[in-house]
Design a protein around this ligand. Structure first.
Ligand code: SF4
Ligand code: SF4
Length: 458
């Protein structure tokens, strides 16, 4: 593969098609991104973000990917945003059209387009930089809008689009698990729960009219089954009227990879998820331990489906467990989790979802020794799995994920002396699985539901 930005490649040749003419198509798609009629969700913040930037560099001082890459210019948040800003100034402002040589305006070439596309898949859209910009410019938003333009001309990672969104819409979940196999998996989990907890738990599936529909990230059933089992045990212990759902009812996977690259694909999946919950007649859709799914269903969805047009509530499983603990509906003994535990703030649950204290209250009630990473909450460091990176492993991208973001996170974890990293997001779990192997960290990770289930006084 040819070099288009630096030695790494997030987008292989068959995705990027570096030798195909795409500039004209890109400019047409960008024009749509800047029109209210075709991008009514984000055209205004995009335009304002492109119109303004002081070049003060404050954003770079908090960007993990910039700091961890020797402060290379190509990883500077404003440099990346400027790649798009220069195109905007050249082709979409009066001054740039009239005077193509205007400072800050540049012709787009195929070479520049290659670098721009690759660059937009080097930012995890963690939004840490947005918290410090004096003009409130959100470089993460610019990146997401850039990815939307790229998707409109056929450039999107296979892992997110073909093997993610497309498969999910066809099969009901992004793991391609058919209904029969899903039911078998649930039976297997019931047996595992009996072996682990000594509890007979019947996990309801496709129950109509239940109070809670718990929708997990489908990958959790295959890769992080302890989280699914933990949630089942907690809902059982709370005496909740709840259900999982199979692909027979529609979508049974809470992921929505459109959050990372496309409003069109986001909307298709969102509508299918909402329709599934509506048909089942549940009162609350509980988002399992999945950060981007929470951001998508709870907040981005409001731009598509107003809250009063949805006949059910949307809550994170963290909020539900937090309520039950505070109400005394489930009782916990933190001594059952005696190891030192540290919580990693998922960017999507924290900066994008506002859930900082809920997971901490839940953990303090479930674990004896809870330690904070520094920094945390609003200024938490992304683990490097954000914006779909956790499932992008083509070529040397895994190495990039580890070296660019992972190293800082690994050091943060080590400094706490914790033996367990508590995670509330499936993408973070994927990234931590790789981080622990890559840096040989003396820790294990656990889902919050798993820790709560383990602490239950049954
Ligand atoms: S902090 Fe804001 S104004 Fe300063 S360089 Fe970054 S994006 Fe531009
Ligand atoms: S969103 Fe995160 S990775 Fe992207 S530029 Fe900002 S701080 Fe860096």
């Amino acid at each position: 593969m040819k070099e288009v930005l630096d030695g790494y490649r997030a987008l292989p040749d068959r995705t990027l098609q570096p030798d195909t003419p795409r500039v004209e198509k890109f400019l047409a798609a960008m024009k749509n991104a800047l029109r209210k009629e075709s991008n009514w969700t984000f055209w205004l913040p995009l335009q304002l973000s492109l119109d303004n930037c002081l070049k003060c560099g404050t954003c770079a001082e908090v960007c993990p990917v910039y700091l961890e890459n020797g402060k290379k210019e190509i990883y500077h948040p404003a440099y990346r945003a400027d790649m798009l800003r220069k195109v905007y100034k050249r082709y979409f402002t009066f001054a740039g059209k009239k005077f193509p040589g205007l400072a800050g305006a540049e012709d787009l070439t195929e070479e520049k387009l290659n670098a721009l596309a690759e660059s937009f898949y080097r930012c995890t859209v963690c939004r840490r930089c947005a918290y410090v910009c004096p003009l409130a410019i959100d470089n993460g938003l610019i990146v997401r809008e850039g990815r939307k333009i790229l998707d409109a001309i056929g450039i999107a990672p296979e892992e997110l689009k073909m093997n993610g969104t497309e498969l999910q819409l066809r099969a009901g979940n992004a793991t391609g698990t058919p209904a029969r196999a899903f039911r078998d998996m649930v039976e297997f989990l019931e047996e595992e729960i009996e072996d682990t907890f000594g509890l007979k738990v019947q996990i309801p599936v496709d129950k109509e009219g239940a109070e809670y529909l718990v929708m997990h990230n489908a990958g959790d059933y295959l890769a992080f089954a302890e989280t699914v089992m933990g949630a089942a045990v907690v809902f059982h212990a709370a005496g909740a009227d709840w259900t999982l759902n199979s692909p027979d009812t529609g979508i049974n996977d809470v992921v929505n990879y459109g959050v990372f690259y496309s409003d069109v694909e986001f909307t298709r999946v969102l509508q299918a998820q909402v329709e599934t919950a509506r048909k089942l007649g549940v009162k609350t859709l509980v988002v399992g331990e999945c950060g981007h799914a929470f951001e998508g269903l709870k907040y981005l969805s409001l731009r598509i489906i107003p809250e009063d047009e949805r006949p059910f509530k949307i809550r994170s499983i963290l909020e539900v467990m937090d309520d039950w603990i505070r109400e005394g509906r489930i009782r916990l003994d933190p001594a059952k989790n005696p190891q030192p535990v540290t919580y990693h703030d998922s960017c999507k649950l924290g900066r994008l979802g506002g859930l900082y204290e809920e997971p901490r209250r839940v953990l303090r009630a479930s674990c004896q020794d809870v330690r904070e990473m520094q920094p945390n909450r609003e200024m938490s460091l992304c683990c490097g799995g954000g914006s779909g990176f956790a499932i992008m492993t083509k070529g040397d991208f895994l190495k990039f994920r580890m070296e660019a973001y992972g190293r800082l996170k690994a050091e943060q974890v080590k400094e706490t002396g914790a033996e367990v990293v508590a995670l509330a997001c499936s993408n973070c779990k994927g990234q931590f699985r790789d981080l622990i192997n890559y840096f040989k960290l003396p820790v294990r990770f656990a889902g919050i539901s798993e820790l709560v289930a383990n602490a239950l006084e049954l």
